[in-house]
Design a binder for this molecule. Structure first.
Ligand code: HAM
Length: 445
């Protein structure tokens, strides 16, 4: 490898920088905006009594293969999987199966009858990168494990909507369907295959493959010709049991009672195999057509059995793409929080001042003041420019004279007013505090 070779992030991944940046034509929000969104999510979860869980990025490949489903796109085409020694690892493509694994491994049912858990973190899928679709992306998600009640389904959906609302996104579309219980699926699958077989020559390559491997996924197609064929296809709702249908009616009633609007979509099947009964997706017109799904989820009462539990564990949840959330936020009027500006910028002139500034800024920072000071012995002019660029609220210039007299000028950058300030941390803190009530339009940049 030549020493002059330079490196770039892998296609479909991106850096989150302090400032917003651009990656393949899409704006990637800055780290302060990410933190703001993550905090808002955490606060919403807190109000619902949902606690955080963090699971490893690396999981056993078999967990995902069995959990998500051997014939899904994720498992057949999109896993970043590798082998070391005799262990098969996968970079998690989603977090539901890992959370259920952790729940079973740590017998979390012993602690609470219903575990309400949330997560925020990276996931990996080897998809073709495009706007809103990445190879390393981030999900936040919620899993309610241990309740088979339809009230849990409703609460998960409502809190998903509330989380977006807390971030200023209200104009979303909820699509809702029931997949029925286990018994409905085989009969429906057979009926769908019988209906589609005569149309096989007209199907796309993907759908033709799915006809044998995973026929239900054909319902998800965005291809207009295939959608036209599907108009007359058998409907899953006609195959589900009376109990499933009643459950679906109750869910719709619970959502309606809370003012949640939704569209029933008999074609919504979701791309993961673990769903039973409720399935839903949240879409936004602020996203491009093919990637317009902000979040998706549903009930997955059989996942635990698939991954080795002796008993079924009822559960329901959703996951949401963080990048798509940011894309929608950028297209909406909602304001994202930016970096906080420094309360005080110390312009440092000379070595003695540098020594004083390093000691004093630490004391001030420990006292909760946001302080920046020059670290590169730049000219006074360059330091003032930097203070302006950072939108510092106050600036103090400290050189030999100020150190000798023990007094300096504290400049309020909003109105250019200057006052004398004693050069000790206590006095500076008080001086800075007195200006915090002045509205500085620059400070919110
Ligand atoms: P999913 O529909 O595969 O469901 O993913 C959920 C969300 O993650 C999508 O709606 C989308 O916003 C985002 N997403 C998925 N793939 C990508 C990608 N390549 N680039 C950017 N964003 C992406 C699940 O993962 C289930 N675990 C959801 C769930 C939780 N079901 C029950 N509990």
């Amino acid at each position: 490898m030549s020493r002059t070779e330079s490196f770039r992030s892998i296609k479909g991944t991106f850096d989150i920088l302090p400032e917003p940046s651009s990656s393949d034509g899409t704006v990637i929000a800055g780290s302060a905006a990410w933190r703001f969104v993550e905090q808002t999510i955490a606060e919403t979860m807190d109000r619902y009594g949902i606690r955080e869980i963090r699971t490893p990025i690396l999981e056993p490949t078999a967990l995902i293969a069995r959990g998500v489903g051997e014939s899904t796109d994720i498992v057949t085409k999109e896993m970043f999987a590798f082998e070391r020694g005799d262990t098969q690892y996968v970079l998690r493509p989603e977090v539901t199966a890992p959370v259920m694994r952790a729940y079973l491994q740590h017998s979390l049912d012993q602690q609470r009858s219903v575990q309400k858990l949330y997560y925020i973190g990276p996931c990996f899928r080897a998809e073709r990168p495009q706007k809103g679709r990445y190879r390393q992306f981030h999900q936040f998600g919620v899993e309610y494990i241990g309740s088979d009640g339809v009230a849990a389904d409703a609460e998960v959906i409502v809190l998903m909507i509330d989380t977006y609302r807390a971030l200023g996104l209200t104009d979303c579309r909820l699509r809702l369907n029931t997949l029925g219980d286990e018994s409905a699926r085989p009969a429906f699958r057979d009926a769908l295959v019988d209906f589609l077989r005569p149309h096989a020559p007209k199907l796309s390559e993907t759908s033709a493959r799915r006809l044998t491997e995973n026929p239900l996924r054909i319902l998800d197609t965005k291809n207009a010709d295939e959608r036209a064929i599907l108009e007359d296809a058998p409907r899953l709702i006609d195959f589900v049991s009376g109990a499933s249908r009643d459950r679906f009616e109750r869910l719709k009633d619970l959502l309606g009672a809370q003012g949640v609007t939704f569209v029933e979509d008999p074609f919504l099947v979701r791309g993961l195999d673990y769903y039973t009964e409720t399935a839903f997706e949240l879409e936004s017109d602020l996203l491009d057509g093919a990637q317009n799904s902000l979040a998706g989820g549903g009930r997955y009462d059989l996942l635990a059995l698939e991954i080795g539990s002796k008993t079924a564990v009822p559960a329901v949840g959703f996951a949401a793409g963080m990048e798509r959330l940011f894309l929608a936020l950028q297209g909406s009027a909602s304001a994202l929080q930016r970096d906080a500006a420094p309360d005080l910028y110390i312009v440092v002139l000379g070595e003695e001042a540098e020594r004083w500034a390093s000691v004093t800024s630490r004391v001030l920072r420990q006292a909760g003041v946001r302080v920046e000071a020059d670290l590169s012995a730049r000219s006074a002019k360059a330091q003032m420019r930097e203070a302006n660029r950072l939108s510092a609220r106050q600036v103090v210039v400290v050189g030999e004279n100020e150190l000798r007299s023990g007094v300096a000028r504290l400049r309020d950058m909003a109105n250019a007013e200057e006052t004398d300030v004693r050069l000790d941390a206590e006095a500076l803190k008080a001086g800075v505090a007195s200006s915090l009530f002045v509205v500085n339009p620059e400070a919110t940049r």
